[in-house]
Design a protein around this ligand. Sequence first.
Ligand code: KIV
Length: 265
Amino acid sequence: MAKVTTATIRKKKLDAEKIVMLTAYDYPTARLADQAGMDIILVGDSLGNVVLGYKDTTRVTMDDMLHHIRAVSRADTNAMVMGDMPFLSYHAGVADAVQNAGRIIREGGAGAVKLEGGAAFADEVRAIVRAGIPVCGHLGLTPQSVHKFGGHFVQGKTQKDAEQIMADALALQEAGVFALVLECVPRQLAGELTAKLRIPTIGIGAGNLCDGQVLVSHDMLGMYQGRVAKFVKPYANLGEQYAAGVKAYISEVKDGSFPDEAHSF
Ligand code: KIV
């Protein structure tokens, strides 16, 4: 399979072929996702919740992100590697945004960046794209604004909010994003956006009318013990398998049955 690029992603929308994206935060799981045929591997700032044990994504730093983006990039995937721009890495001005996006590409080895927010960040998006860096937008429930929202709630339920999301999506498209993540918005709104935009939409908790889907790997594989959202379908329960394996190891070491002859020199 050839390396997935922005051109591949754009073509998938034109060909009505679904785009599949999944998060990964390290070398082995990036390899597994790639071998399974993933289009885009997102090193999301959900890293903070599911790997680093932070309460929310506002704690995630550029150093946290770069450490994990580098690990994923070392997997040398055919999938596009997309790195999230963490909280405050693009809020203090256009120059700062370009520098930090550049670090994700140059030091992290990613092929694209993703940032949260709408028209208010159009200048930052334009400048990053001008530097030759593909940008994916992220609208709806944007977890870095959890304190503004007062929790994790579905966005765009009122006419006014839906119109705001539509205006933000058009502003991002005009600023040059190559794709747009829609998180926790009503299915119908996601469908209208998908029909109206030239760029592909990638939904999470946004129904089946988007051009693609993204999930957090630890949520959908049963590796996260915190609150898992209603839209997450459990495709595996690796947490249970992990615990069972570890329990068996403890018990066999304690009763002396491990290591047996087959596992000794
Ligand atoms: O950080 C992340 O994993 C994300 C996805 C939920 C889209 O932004």
